[in-house]
Ligand binder design. Structure first.
Ligand SMILES: [Zn+2]
Length: 482
């Protein structure tokens, strides 16, 4: 059994003005064969295949692994170069029995709304119908007909935060092997739920929905059941929440189970995520005393959803309301980082922070600050991701309001986004995270008080206000009927 693995992934926010270029993909790349032993979010199947190869069960050829911090559109030439490099690698080192891929599913390049469909259809055309093509997907993907028609197996993570990537990689590997051996014949059934929302899977009643998908998989002939959450900030024709059921050659039963699960999904409209707190009400809540610090998500400026990460709306609202003993991470501002590094630890200076990248960023904050901590080439090492932060500066403004400013964009996943840079969390009453939901796994031991701020930004949940041009507007919540 000869197996190939490659990965190319990012999440494209088509409303974000940040372009994803070659440098962005190189920042998180591994050359063929150079992937570390530890699985990353989209490369769990590679680690499974490596173990099988070490046991003599298969011969594994490792291709490139590219990933970029979510941003706006991918440059057309950059996408084509990565796509063609994978195709040429497969051609040069094949033929293969199994082609395993780590994909996101919401990549959009200039001139290409469906990068994954483009890649999968070219691989199928090049390799023919007999090769098993199997990919892990992020649930925040746009599941297209081109993706479904040109893959044998597509399996999305079930949890958001994506804490189950290893299990989904193992499933993909096991099913790909069974398919290539002729033990199963996977057939995919898809139902479009005609809606868009977010699903916070640890909370009820969404957790029950995840349980229903897992229960469906226990029944023969269901091989896999994925909830495709969709990605609200990708303006593409394949936009939407979908149910994907894979059976062992039982398309009628697959369609039936997918329809039953889709009914449960539709019943969760308006109930599947935490309510966002209007910006003008956040400060009053943040001043409520309590044992645990408030952890406040700056929801709409999440770099993990392609946003700039330098918006000032939430921080300004809290500062203006007199909130003290607070900290915010991470604010993307290479200029402020370099000015703070030049001044040195202990220096007091006037510093302009944030509000620089685009109109979603809001006006900058002009602050009198003390430089508290400096770091070079830092990395935010979290479970299955390790985004580089570049140089980092922590500055303290009035009211012991600490800002963790970074040279590179990243969402803040975990408390060590503060503690790694000298901030003592026992002294803080409010922690602001540029994140949407991934922070929830990392901060669950730090606090029981969470708020999701409805701040303006490139990932605003006020979907009706976004300038979509390509989606189906008959879907809920754009149309009440859905
Ligand atoms: Zn995701």
């Amino acid at each position: 059994m000869k197996v190939y693995f490659a990965s190319v992934q990012t999440e494209t926010n088509t409303f974000s003005p940040l372009r994803a270029g070659a440098r962005d993909f190189e920042a998180l790349a591994h050359a063929p064969g150079a992937h570390p032993e530890k699985a990353e979010l989209y490369t769990a199947a590679l680690i499974c295949a490596r173990r099988a190869a070490a046991n003599g069960e298969c011969m594994l050829i490792e291709g490139p692994c590219w990933g970029a911090q979510p941003a706006g559109l991918i440059r057309a030439d950059v996408w084509e170069r990565m796509r063609d490099a994978i195709l040429e690698d497969i051609q040069a080192r094949g033929p293969f029995d199994i082609i395993l891929l780590g994909l996101h599913g919401a990549m959009v390049a200039v001139g290409e709304d469906d990068c994954e469909g483009d890649l999968l259809s070219r691989i199928r055309a090049q390799c023919g119908p007999d090769v098993t093509i199997a990919a892990n997907l992020d649930p925040h993907c746009h599941l297209s007909a081109a993706m479904r028609d040109n893959a044998d197996l597509l399996i999305a993570f079930k949890e958001y935060p994506h804490t189950d990537s290893m299990e989904r990689g193992q499933e993909l590997w096991a099913l790909a092997l069974a398919t290539a051996k002729g033990e199963v014949r996977p057939v995919m059934s898809v139902v479009d739920c005609a809606m868009m929302t977010m699903f916070f899977t640890p909370m009820e009643p969404t957790a029950l929905l995840v349980a229903a998908f897992k229960a469906a998989e226990k029944e023969q002939p269901i091989l896999s059941a994925s909830l495709i959450h969709g990605f609200p900030w990708g303006d593409v024709p394949d936009f939407g929440v979908k149910v994907l059921v894979i059976t062992d050659n039982a398309p009628e039963r697959g369609a039936q189970v997918a329809a039953e699960l889709a009914e449960r999904v539709v019943a969760l409209r308006g109930k599947s995520m935490e309510r966002l707190t209007p910006l003008h009400k956040v400060a009053a809540r943040a001043l409520e005393p309590g044992e645990d610090p408030w952890v406040i998500a700056d929801f709409a400026d999440n770099p993990g959803a392609g946003c700039p990460g330098d918006s000032t709306f939430l921080i300004r609202a809290l500062m203006d309301a007199g909130v003290e003993d607070a900290a915010a991470a991470f604010i993307f501002d290479p200029v402020a980082v370099s000015l703070a590094h030049a001044a040195g630890v202990g220096a007091r200076l006037s510093l302009r922070v944030g509000g620089k990248t685009c109109s979603f960023s809001g006006p900058p904050l002009d602050l009198e600050v003390e430089v508290m901590h400096l770091a070079h080439n830092a990395v935010h090492n979290v479970f299955v991701v390790a985004p580089p932060l570049g140089d980092v500066a922590v500055v303290r403004a009035k009211g012991r309001f600490d800002l963790v400013i970074t040279e590179q964009r990243s969402q803040c996943f975990a408390p060590w986004g503060y503690t790694d840079f000298g901030i003592d969390l026992s002294t803080k009453k409010v922690l602001i995270v540029k994140s949407m939901q991934h922070f929830r796994a990392g901060f669950s031991n730090t606090s029981r008080r969470f708020l999701y701020a409805d701040s303006p930004g490139a990932a605003s949940m006020n979907l009706a206000d976004l300038p979509y041009r390509k989606i189906n507007r008959d879907y809920w919540p754009f149309s009440a009927a859905g």
